[in-house]
Design a protein around this ligand. Structure first.
Ligand code: NAP
Length: 259
């Protein structure tokens, strides 16, 4: 896998479309494979650099922030990017807002590729909340054993609900100072099998699950496990989107890139 830190990944010889895919999601990896197989397109995947060992992609990768709207606008112009697909995680609100502003400034068309959010089924016990602070409050006053399946970002918000006994699952180690006082950290990168999620929640005597409404199939097993065990799920809603044209379809993203 090629990881580009500063040099351009584009070949100037071929007069074809130049796609910037803002990544960090499974959708971005699937799109990378499709772009790499299409001779009309050149592409680069951009990652924030949050994980020390990013998953392989079929396109070159650049890593690290652009430097806000100004930096991203400069990148789009200097690299002569013809199309931008924002395939970041639905909770990565800042980069999506930056992409909207930078694409408008640089005159580059933008498409948001994201997964549909989950909806509760009849036997689900969801409490839907707007953000982490509301999730911490929704756990209630009485101490509970809580599975925090939100990643390491935002875990400090649960220090305000210090009475609970947390099980936090992360890919990368969190900062110790961010953790609530009673918190066990376990490491794992999905997708997770339903039977493993059920076993984990049963073994740790979990009473409530806190998760973001990320959507998609790969992270859904924890929701099914909570349903099977009759557990409360505190479901954190997605941040508001910036109003850019949005699709859930890889085919639609490819059609956009070919337009
Ligand atoms: P964020 O709050 O929206 O972005 C913070 C800053 O990180 C941005 O302003 C930008 O820095 C940089 N950045 C974010 N995504 C980038 C990308 N794909 N390429 C280059 N720079 C990027 O983002 P976040 O919530 O920290 O998420 C960071 C990354 O992790 C995203 O790419 C996202 O897809 C992935 N991810 C996030 C979550 C989540 O729950 N938030 C879950 C799974 C994966 P500059 O302003 O300097 O350009």
């Amino acid at each position: 896998m090629r990881v580009e830190r500063s040099a351009s990944v584009f070949s100037s010889a071929t007069p074809c479309r130049r796609a910037l895919v803002l990544g960090g999601s499974s959708e971005a990896r699937i799109l990378a494979t499709r772009i790499a197989a299409d001779s009309r397109l050149q592409g680069v995947i951009s990652l924030a650099g949050r994980t020390s060992a990013p998953l392989a992609h079929d396109l070159p990768i650049r890593v690290g922030g652009f430097g806000g709207v100004e930096g991203l606008t400069r990148y789009l112009v200097e690299e002569r990017i013809s199309h931008v697909v924002d395939a970041t995680h639905p909770f990565a609100g800042r980069i999506s807002a930056n992409a909207g502003a930078a694409c408008a400034a640089a005159g580059a068309p933008l498409l948001v590729l994201t997964r549909p959010p989950w909806s509760p089924g009849q036997s689900d016990r969801w409490i839907e909340v707007v953000d982490n602070d509301a999730a911490a409050r929704a756990l209630g006053a009485a101490p509970r054993r809580v599975f925090l399946a939100i990643g390491r970002q935002g875990v400090a918000d649960f220090r305000a609900a210090a009475q609970h006994d947390y099980l936090l699952r992360v890919i990368e180690p969190p900062r110790t100072g961010d953790l609530p006082p009673i918190c066990e950290v376990i490491f794992g990168r999905g997708p997770f099998a339903l039977e493993d999620e059920i076993a984990l929640m049963r073994d740790r005597r979990i009473e409530a699950v806190v998760t973001k409404n990320s959507g998609g199939a790969l992270a859904y097993a924890k929701i099914e496990a909570a349903r099977a065990l009759g557990l409360d799920v505190i479901m954190i809603a997605r941040p508001a989107s910036g109003g850019a044209t949005t699709t859930h379809s890889i085919d639609a993203a490819m059609a956009f890139l070919a337009s």
